[in-house]
Design a protein around this ligand. Sequence first.
Ligand SMILES: C[S@@+](CC[C@H](N)C(=O)[O-])C[C@H]1O[C@@H](n2cnc3c(N)ncnc32)[C@H](O)[C@@H]1O
Length: 222
Amino acid sequence: MSEERERERARELAHKARQTSKGSEWFESFYRKAETSKVKVPWDDGVPNPHLVRWLDARGEVSPGTRALDIGCGYGDNTVELGKRGYSVMATDISKTAVARAKSRVADYNVEAQVQDILKPPTGWRERFDLVVEIYTMQVMPPPERARLVSVLPQLLRPGGSIVVVCRGRQPSDPLGQFPWPLIRSEVEGIAYEDVELVSFEDFMDDEDPPQRRFLAEFKRV
Ligand SMILES: C[S@@+](CC[C@H](N)C(=O)[O-])C[C@H]1O[C@@H](n2cnc3c(N)ncnc32)[C@H](O)[C@@H]1O
């Protein structure tokens, strides 16, 4: 199946699943279906996100015990990368099928994986993490859930901690587009609130075929 056809199929499944279940819970039926059919999960590249890798390279080495939270971890490509780099990682996804797969890949690293709805994080996660990693999860949420995520993420940071976001981007005047819905800059910048500041914001075309507009943003809690 061509990549575009796979995406189309994923959109159809996503659409059907959204009609029959609540909120983000449709992801579980989607992952389950992918396990039992020929449908490929379109974001399952088997490699860590290249923009995250670039950001982590620039950040350099981390001290032992630095705590990272990988939200919407899927099959754990980014979780594994964080674990390899010495982070103590909490990986989380709303899909138990995805979390089970991520768990099966991280035995060599300091990683815990939990099924959670990130929009209702456990109270113990408040102010717990030095780094919160958000790769392509906000963009799969419709606007009300997305706004909720923007308000939740800063609450999970320790003072001095960072949030890194990678997502599809669009101009406010562009059409909303189709799933996964590209974000506008001001939605992402909404993470900067009270003591959380925007550190950097990149708006670029990637090297996919065809190229996609992406945002890479970093925030820090002062
Ligand atoms: C497009 S995938 C990205 C997966 C991974 N971050 C990556 O880059 O490969 C979005 C992921 O977010 C998860 N997700 C969606 N809504 C969620 C929620 N409310 N809480 C936790 N995970 C969620 C989905 O199950 C899915 O695995």
